[in-house]
Design a protein around this ligand. Structure first.
Ligand code: MG
Length: 397
């Protein structure tokens, strides 16, 4: 906290936001007790929230902003997919066992005593999977509308992860498909949960293309930013169709971060991610409930901020590039409507345009994507209802 305050020292709005996030109404209390201890003392539901808090502090904070009745379903949805992902990521599980687990995870989750020993790619994930029956039991008490949505997504995601266990991400099509399985389906599942709650229109669950884009934009941002971490764990998802244009061996970028080829590959990855932004605007514009809106919008703004930071930045090949906590806090506190989203996006797009160099091989496409996003914003500002109407009509057809 002290370092975060220091980093934002010359930015009073960030300081105020940091304070609000840390100590305000939405603050989530951190506990130092180990998760295995909490598993013994807490009820199933309280354990789920404690586990969520351990495995993703930021998601635990955002979830508090959702309408009350959506919190449990979204918390359980997140934990189940985290459990599945942890099976996918554990390099020590033999392939046969992994494929079997990924393909049956949804039906295992319906059993009240389901848990896994010694599976998971970090200590907290291992504890979570070891006590997964607590998650299953809360899942099994959810209303069928929520429960079925969660299980349908889990089934399709497990199947997709199993496919990609034995298949590489080569083409951009593969990349889109892999991201659909691990993130696009999260967007589609959340739309299903929002519709089931009655807080959003029933048609939202059918908006698969734009729901998918919401997930793809976040996932591609992470995949691009996490180059070095993923390289070290031999789980890199940059498609060879992109990186092979700049090197014969993807690990080379880490050896020469400042080299124009390394930066060209990075900028190509950022440019590819920008493709999904107009769909994300359409999605967020469709939302009715202000809490659901904030829950969806905050991660999108943070992703755009991260992409602008990552663009043409050799530090991606040296370590972790992250938004200042103060800026993250400000985004959390200040995001209310489409205009707020546009304000942040405009700033971040300007940052990319400022760094873009005509010598970069993707320059023309990058600039075109920035223009497309600009146009999408103008369209929504000038004809806000036209777009909404078009979306609705499209849905009803
Ligand atoms: Mg994974």
């Amino acid at each position: 906290m002290v370092r975060d305050l220091f980093n934002s020292a010359s930015r009073p709005k960030e300081l105020a936001a940091l304070w609000q996030v840390k100590f305000g109404k939405a603050a989530v209390k951190a506990t130092d007790n180990p998760l295995e201890e909490l598993a013994l003392s807490l009820s199933d539901r309280d354990f789920c929230y404690a586990a969520l808090n351990k495995v993703s502090r930021s998601f635990a904070v955002v979830i508090q902003q959702l309408p009350e009745e959506l919190r449990d379903p979204v918390c359980i949805f997140y934990l189940i997919l985290r459990g599945l992902d942890s099976v996918e990521d554990d390099a020590d599980v033999p392939v046969e066992q992994k494929l079997e687990l990924l393909r049956s995870f949804d039906s295992l989750c319906t059993q009240d005593d389901f848990h896994l020993h010694n599976v998971g790619d970090s200590h907290d994930y291992r504890v979570l999977l070891n006590h997964f029956h607590k998650v299953s039991r809360v899942l099994n008490h959810l209303e069928p509308g929520y429960k079925n949505t969660i299980l349908d997504i889990c089934r399709e995601m497990g199947e997709g992860m199993a496919c990609f266990t034995e298949r590489k991400v080569n083409s951009i099509r593969d990349y889109d498909l892999y991201c659909y399985y691990v993130a696009g389906l999260v967007g589609i599942g959340l739309s299903g949960l929002f519709s089931a709650s009655g807080h959003e229109l029933p048609q939202l669950r059918d908006q698969k293309k734009i729901s998918n884009s919401m997930g793809l934009f976040l996932q591609k941002t992470n995949i691009t930013r996490d180059y070095l971490e993923d390289l070290h764990s031999s789980r890199l998802f940059w498609p060879s169709e992109i990186w092979s244009q700049y090197t014969d061996e993807i690990g080379q970028f880490a050896l020469r971060p400042e080299h124009p080829d390394s930066l060209a590959a990075l900028n190509h990855m950022v440019t590819d991610a920008l493709r999904h932004v107009p769909d994300c605007f359409t999605y967020m514009k469709t939302l009715r409930n202000s809490d659901v809106f904030r829950f969806c919008a905050i991660p999108q703004i943070m992703a755009m901020g991260t992409l602008s930071l990552v663009y043409d930045n050799p530090d991606v090949f040296r370590g972790v590039v992250k938004l200042r906590k103060g800026l993250t806090a400000r985004i959390m506190v200040e995001t209310r409507n489409m205009e707020d989203i546009f304000l942040y996006f405009k700033q971040f797009l300007k940052d990319i345009a400022r760094k873009a160099r005509p010598a970069d091989p993707s320059y023309a496409v990058t600039m075109q994507r920035l223009k497309d996003i600009e146009l999408a914003m103008e369209g929504l500002v000038l004809f806000p209802h036209k777009n909404e109407h078009a979306t609705l009509v499209h849905t009803l057809l």
